[in-house]
Structure formats: C-alpha cells, structure tokens
Design a protein around this ligand. Structure first.
Ligand code: ADP
Ligand code: MG
Length: 135
C-alpha cells in the first residue's frame, strides 16, 4: 500500500553536510520524493509539529536546536513509507541506534539525531498538513 510520510533533515545534518547522504539512502531504498523545501523552522510550526512533546522538560532545548539553521522538509511516498523511514532512521538516541541506520551511523546524541520521520499514518497526514498545507 502506497503511503506518504513527512521527513525532516534536521539542522545538525544540514550543517554537517550529510543532507545528500541521508536523502540518497531514502532514494536508493526506493521511496519517491514528493515535495522538498529548505526551511528555517518557525517556533509556531515546531510547536505544532512537536505537539506531543511541548510539555517535556527538554522541549525548549529541542525547539532551539531545531532553529540553529535551515532544515530540509519533504514528503516521501511509497509502499510502507512510514515504517521504512523509521527503520532507516534508527532509534531516537543515536548512541543506541543500530549501525547501518542513519542515526546509528552518524549521531551520538538523543537530541541532535539528524532526522525526523512520522511515527504513524495518522501522524504523517497531520505533519504533512503542517509543513505542506497546500499538498
Ligand atoms: P523520534 O524523533 O524518534 O520520533 P521522539 O518523538 O521521542 O523521537 O522525540 C522527538 C525528538 O525530540 C527526537 O528526535 C529528539 O530530537 C528529541 N528528543 C527526544 N528525547 C529527548 C531527550 N530526552 N532530550 C533531548 N531531546 C530529546
Ligand atoms: Mg516522534
């Protein structure tokens, strides 16, 4: 079943020059890029995007981190896109993520972990609506 999912290549990845490497992993897997935009994330957009986390003690740090530079926002489409992107991304904490995953290969942080991928079909539709309201 073809699905759509929302991906962010976070500012740490863009600053480190890893955007191409990361994007190519999704592409080589077989997912299709439907929309792609470089953005400076506004606080209000991040608050919506991370609605489930805004009350967490670490949220303000995350919000600041997400505004340290431009990020890439895009939609990927393909069979099982939601779960495939989560698998390619790896566990949230880069120190614990499996080698071979994006976070496992390139991150040693639970905050600066390079990528975001929607965690369910429902989240994907909600998040696509936030970042690409016209899509
Ligand atoms: P995921 O991005 O894997 O879905 P979560 O939804 O749990 O992970 O968290 C959202 C983002 O918040 C993470 O990707 C990470 O950047 C950040 N984060 C999660 N947990 C922490 C934490 N304990 N301290 C700081 N930042 C965190
Ligand atoms: Mg999440």
């Amino acid at each position: 079943m073809s699905e759509r999912t929302l991906v962010l290549i976070k500012p740490d990845a863009v600053q480190r020059g890893l955007a191409g490497e990361i994007l190519s992993r999704y592409e080589r897997k077989g997912l299709r890029i439907v929309a792609l935009e470089q953005r400076n994330a506004e606080g209000s957009v991040l608050d919506e995007h991370y609605a489930e986390h805004v009350e967490k003690p670490w949220y303000h740090e995350l919000r600041d981190f997400m505004q340290t530079g431009p990020l890439l926002a895009f939609v990927l489409e393909g069979d099982s896109a939601v779960s495939i992107v989560r698998a390619l991304n790896g566990a949230t904490d880069g120190r614990k993520a499996e080698p071979g995953t994006i976070r496992g290969d390139f991150s040693i942080s639970n905050q600066a972990n390079l990528v975001h991928g929607s965690d369910s079909l429902e989240s994907a539709e909600r998040e696509i609506g936030i970042w690409f309201p016209e899509a």
